[in-house]
Design a protein around this ligand. Structure first.
Ligand SMILES: [Zn+2]
Length: 139
């Protein structure tokens, strides 16, 4: 029987988050893996940064992350959790070493997030010229 392979490959659409619970679940998984306490996860619109975390482990994420590729949200989550791992280290070498350990391609993700940040209307979140993506100004 001749079977026409009419099934064209489905265009690879970037993997997106299903909903807020999806990113919450991922954040909890990452907190467990990194070994830091995550007390709460709040999603709300944020205008000046993608996320923040308190030393007590209260994570706040910009709801806009839900509209981006999963790996960018994941990068933001890991970035915040690594702050708990080395409080006071800022974005220095200790911090970047941990990032590289958990997300070997973190710089590529940062570049993509920076490009998106730059493209935002009236961007106030910093940008590519600034190596700090203003993910967290609390450090
Ligand atoms: Zn940070």
């Amino acid at each position: 029987m001749k079977t026409e392979t009419a099934s064209r490959p489905i265009p690879a659409s970037p993997e997106r988050w299903h909903d807020a619970d999806d990113i919450r679940w991922a954040a909890r998984q990452w907190a467990a893996r990194i070994g830091v306490p995550l007390r709460s996860i709040t999603l709300r619109p944020m205008s000046r940064k993608w996320a923040s975390i308190s030393t007590a482990g209260r994570l706040t994420l910009d709801t806009a992350l839900l509209d981006l590729d999963r790996d960018l949200g994941e990068f933001v989550v890991v970035h915040e959790l690594v702050h708990l791992l080395c409080p006071g280290a800022g974005h220095g070498r200790v911090f970047t070493s941990f990032m590289a350990a958990y997300l070997p391609d973190w710089t590529e993700r940062l570049s993509r997030l920076d490009a998106i940040t730059q493209a935002l209307p009236g961007s106030v979140r910093g940008g590519a010229a600034n190596s700090d993506p203003k993910i967290n100004r609390r450090t």
